[in-house]
Design a protein around this ligand. Structure first.
Ligand SMILES: C[S@@+](CC[C@H](N)C(=O)[O-])C[C@H]1O[C@@H](n2cnc3c(N)ncnc32)[C@H](O)[C@@H]1O
Length: 281
């Protein structure tokens, strides 16, 4: 049962909720690290994490225990919705035109993993709304220091690029650095700021128009989900804005004033005044 203590500590530190069936994750993901640090049991791992005397060890555990599965233009339909509905409506709402941008666009990619998500957002803007690109800031965050360091470099294997990047986008926005790797061009990186950020423990940034928060919520229990979504909404400009979750996630019982918007098969969430009005009377 010693793993239960470690499960609790991991949940307190990262929010990631592990059940008994996930014990194999600990075994497979921490095995080598335990050997490297000469730790004989999960109790010893737990103790080392609690004492917080070794930040590097903490980052290594966090990196191994979190799942970083991602790809460029994941759930393509949401990127279609982004360029064809979300951005045009946002432009209109803020009185922006292609020749006059009165309000800059702030986007947060929370739990961005190796960077495929923020880079896909940036490329989408360059391709479909280039006039808006100079007025856009993208904050890309993740709890894992290792993934943020890799994301900043913007270097991807052939396999990672093939998974989602159409050939013409590859030609336009990537440069081959050797036979197996490609680097994303500087113009795509220009508006992205990468930062380590823990959704459970760190203060939240604010003032965003759109938050991409995809395929992260699934790792938390219901109580944590509620706390995180409340904070995410506070992070949106005036608590109004667009929240984009993963295709298997939803806001059911998490945010009353947010309604589902659709575009083709894509779904995302937006603040609705009428829900507030309806609830009051
Ligand atoms: C499955 S990936 C999703 C990546 C990307 N958003 C996508 O949809 O392709 C989940 C990411 O969430 C990050 N994550 C997990 N717990 C976190 C936390 N407490 N704070 C910030 N990021 C976290 C993981 O490190 C991981 O990179």
């Amino acid at each position: 049962m010693e793993y239960k203590k470690l499960f609790d500590i991991i949940q307190n530190l990262t929010g990631v909720y592990l059940t008994e069936e996930k014990k194999y994750l600990l075994d497979s993901r921490l095995n080598q690290l335990m050997k490297d640090y000469n730790l004989k049991s999960y109790d010893e791992v737990a103790l080392k994490l609690i004492t917080k005397d070794d930040l590097e060890f903490y980052h290594k555990v966090v990196d191994r225990i979190t799942t970083h599965e991602t790809r460029f233009f994941r759930d393509e339909s949401i990127f279609d919705a982004f360029v064809k509905q979300i951005i045009p409506e946002w432009m209109e709402k803020h009185g922006n035109t292609k020749t006059q941008i009165k309000k800059p666009l702030k986007i947060w990619s929370a739990g961005c993993s190796y960077g495929q998500e923020p880079y896909s957002i940036s490329i989408s803007l360059l391709e479909h709304h280039p006039y808006l690109f100079p007025y856009t800031e993208i904050l890309a965050t993740d709890i894992s220091k290792d993934v943020i360091e890799r994301a900043k470099k913007g270097v991807f294997t052939d396999f990672e690029v093939q998974r989602g990047v159409p050939e013409f986008i590859k030609q336009k926005y990537f440069v081959a650095i050797n036979e197996k790797e490609f680097k994303i061009k500087d113009e795509v990186k220009r508006n992205i700021q990468f930062q380590v950020h823990n959704l459970i423990q760190d203060p939240y940034p604010s003032g965003f128009d759109i938050i991409f928060f995809r395929n992260v919520l699934i790792y938390f229990d219901m109580e944590q989900r509620k706390i995180i979504i409340d904070k995410m909404i506070q992070s949106l400009r005036n608590q109004e804005g667009t929240l984009i979750l993963g295709s298997s996630e939803n806001l059911l019982n998490l945010a009353d004033n947010y309604i589902i918007r659709e575009f083709g098969i894509a779904r995302y969430y937006e603040f609705s005044k009428s829900v507030t009005f309806f609830k009051k009377f």
